[in-house]
Design a protein around this ligand. Sequence first.
Ligand code: HEM
Length: 471
Amino acid sequence: MLSTIESVLTKSWYLTDPAADSGLIDGNPAAGPAETALESPRHGLATRFGTSLNLILRQGDMFFADGRHREVNRHEVIGREHPVFVTSNPAHIKSLMTADVADVRSATHQSPIRPIVGPDSVITAIGERHKQQRELLMPEFHGSAIAHYQSAIERSATKHIDSWRVDKLQPLADIGQAITLDVIMTAIFGIGDQHQATRAELELRKQVIKFLSRSTMPIAPLAQVFNATTDEAIGLTKLVLRPLDKAVYAVIQERRRNNATGSDIMSVLLAATRANGDKLSDQEIRDELLALLLAGHETTSNTLAWTFERLTRHADEYHRVQDAVRADGEDPLLQAVIYESMRSRPLVPIVGRQVMRPWQIGDDVAETGSVALISILLLHHRDELYPKPFAFQPDRFLNKRIPPHTFIPFGGGNRRCLGATLAMAELQIVTREILRRVDLKTHDRPGETPKHRNVTMIPANGGIVKARRIH
Ligand code: HEM
């Protein structure tokens, strides 16, 4: 126990020598429905509080330290009747992600996003409601719909790269956020050019940025623990949400008043009917909009930030991909670099599933109602899948077939990220444009600390870079 604590406190996983192995255990792959589960002993409130805080603040260190002792680990946290199980074994992941939804379902209705986006978004809904919401939104995120956003992404990337200040340190996440917010506002509200946005839409955009910047305040993890047992936001989270809520409802009312229809997501939501013929309520539309706005841009902007955080610390790879892109914009190395960034710094490091019957996970059997956390971060660092996993090596993905359930930055199964195609299009275009048009000063400082914000793992300084020259 003491040696585990010591290793967690003295060593952070992201500072591990790139030549080292992860030492993660490759254990018993058995997984699936089981007859009975043993009831586990309960720890006191103080221990559960400590574990919850550790999970929020130092999740990576905690999981890496655990994973070197056992492959499947169980933890007791605040607000859960049963322990949560953590695994990174591809066979366990396959069983959890491909099971019948009656046996294993998403755990997002109990996750830290639930008090923020509410119960009625495609992310937090479960069962039939989730299926309907997903079917409703799916066409908006298909390849053909995304091709339509290509020029919007290019326009926005060019505009924001042109306003980049030379020789000034700036977080790439901020530039990424300006671009990805433009794109998601286009997808949701059909805003062709941001100058055409209404006052209510502009206010909503402003409030989204404010809300996200407040969620990195030092007090935020505590607010997350206090909200862990609640369905609705309470305390500080409720206070911080209020102006954002006001802005979302103002946009909904404006659109209802104007009766404007188009091919954007807002029009789809306003026209949608349930099986009984009722239209969606303002609150249901509010939940959906917040979920899409938040999930739909800060994940992509911080993945861009991690990509350049990694590249600027690996000068050889940086210059190699920059030369390749400048010679031929669609070089396969570009995609390999993006994949390697998502492997080594997965923006969403865990996804949760709740088992609705006893479920075998390796040597353990989880009780009905338990949550199994799939650690994407650990999966992406397993020695048998990714030799020397702490090294940044895009070649791992160059012209290689990726076996199923071994690389899952977008999760999987019936809850796989709805925006994955849009996100990949944005990552490809924006990374390419930055490589092509900007010379970034490389950094010789150690890598940025991963910081946990709600369900995401972002670079603590936003991926700070300095532009040397804009072409
Ligand atoms: C690099 C960027 C992104 C990453 C890494 C990412 C990652 C993820 C992950 C891991 C999940 C959970 C999947 C699971 O539980 O198996 C998810 C769900 C989701 N994401 Fe993304 N995402 C990104 C961008 C986007 C974008 C651009 C949108 C657009 C709106 C989006 C919308 C969603 C939605 C709606 C869900 C819930 C799907 C469901 O439960 O049916 N994401 N995302």
